[in-house]
Design a protein around this ligand. Sequence first.
Ligand code: HEC
Length: 155
Amino acid sequence: MTSRSFVAGVLAVVASISVAAAQQLNRSALPADASPRLADIMEAIQARHIKLWFAGKNHNWDLAAYEAAQIRARLEDAARFYQDLPVTEVTTMGAPLDALSEAVKAKDTTKFASAFDQLTAGCNSCHQSIERSFIAIQTPTAQPFSNQSFAPAKK
Ligand code: HEC
């Protein structure tokens, strides 16, 4: 698989989260006690949020596309397992994720940074709407994953 078709594949997965899709996800396939804890899903999202930022900063656009797709998939999991989550707070995450995909496709660092800000605002909007304003997400200041290189792969 060429890296171009890989990026195309990842971007295809990063299709919009529609209201219909999020509502459909409310029917959980697993028994409630087998569901991952919401805080654990969120921790996974938090790690991807950091990785996404440093992937973009390092112009590793393939990795950035991958991390954005991971965030979208984990948000879909959260909506599927936790039906009390406000659906609109999930679906509004579609717009910043789409903007991120566009920025990644265009390899545009300015657009990337602004889409990333929108994404972070979306995280906090949901946290505030469900009385979790004490969980305040911000642009990462340091890269804690010293066991992973964020440099673009040599082609
Ligand atoms: C649709 C709502 C919603 C969205 C969107 C959302 N979260 Fe959350 N998040 C929650 C809820 C609810 C909790 C609290 C879970 C609990 O208390 O069990 C939470 C908790 C967290 C936590 C605390 C976990 C811990 O153990 O410290 C982190 C970190 C977090 N979210 C990160 C993010 C990031 C980063 C984003 C955006 C990329 C995001 N969240 C988007 C609903 C959301």
